[in-house]
Ligand binder design. Structure first.
Ligand SMILES: CC(C)(COP(=O)(O)OP(=O)(O)OC[C@H]1O[C@@H](n2cnc3c(N)ncnc32)[C@H](O)[C@@H]1OP(=O)(O)O)[C@@H](O)C(=O)NCCC(=O)NCCS
Length: 220
């Protein structure tokens, strides 16, 4: 199974997966809007075990997560939103939804410095609720009455993403950008000193690459 970022050419297949699994469906251009505006946040699960019959066969997309950043957050805090998630019946309970969600959440933090992620789920959707609350750690913020077109209520859920930021900082260190002003000038001087201290090393032929050229060794 391959979990990779969604590309525009996947969209028709993602749309048909969505239509198969959920009553909330979208126009093709809405998927495209996600893919073009936040290309890092949506992922697909592709079953690569099933060989293609012809080179023109489309990828077998068995799950997807469609995600975005909230465009004008009322509270001013940058945060992500899960627009849609589903996995084909044939491929459920393999951990695909969990993986898709985690990939998207990480990208929200890495790319857009999202502080949290939000979503809506039907109050009757036991499987999704279990995934969000028990497996991933979402919390119910409120119930939105008659949120869905058929009149069903939705849980509005939220999950803090601060812990991903901490994990990233532990792994890669703090990314505070280039210092500016006086501090920046000081750092600039130090960089110049470092450059002067750099040792010159020989590269290419000087290192003996020439010796690797084939020679006629039959001659004495
Ligand atoms: C909800 C859905 C996306 C889960 O996909 P999935 O790939 O099967 O989920 P995962 O395998 O990643 O499950 C992770 C955990 O979620 C919970 N979970 C998933 N499906 C569950 C189910 N049917 N019943 C109870 N718990 C479930 C379990 O805790 C599971 O861990 P476990 O298998 O170790 O017990 C999938 O059932 C689906 O596509 N449903 C229809 C569409 C839908 O409801 N989408 C959500 C809209 S908000």
């Amino acid at each position: 199974m391959d979990i990779r970022v969604l590309t525009p050419s996947d969209i028709p297949h993602v749309q048909s997966t969505n239509i198969t699994n959920l009553p909330e469906n979208y126009f093709l251009k809405y998927y495209l809007y996600h893919a073009l505006s936040w290309p890092q946040l949506s992922y697909v699960a592709v079953d690569v075990c099933r060989p293609k019959k012809t080179p023109y066969d489309p990828p077998k997309i068995v799950g997807y997560v469609l995600a975005k950043m909230e465009e004008e957050p009322a509270n001013g805090i940058p945060h992500g939103h899960i627009t849609s998630l589903s996995v084909m019946r044939t491929h459920r309970r393999l951990g695909l939804a969990e993986k898709l969600m985690k990939q998207s959440q990480r990208a929200m933090v890495e790319t857009y410095n999202a502080q949290y992620v939000s979503l809506h789920v039907r109050v009757s959707n036991v499987a999704a609720l279990k995934l969000y609350r028990d497996t991933l750690g979402f919390e119910v913020e409120k119930v939105e009455s008659k949120y869905y077109a058929d009149g069903e209520d939705a849980y509005s859920m939220k999950m803090n993403l601060e812990f991903i930021k901490e994990q990233l900082e532990e792994t890669y260190g703090k990314d505070e950008g280039e210092a500016v002003g006086e501090e920046g000038k000081e750092n600039g001087k130090k960089d110049d000193e470092k450059k002067e201290r750099k040792r010159k090393v020989k590269i290419g032929r000087g290192l003996g690459v020439g010796d690797l050229v084939e020679k006629n060794e039959s001659k004495a």
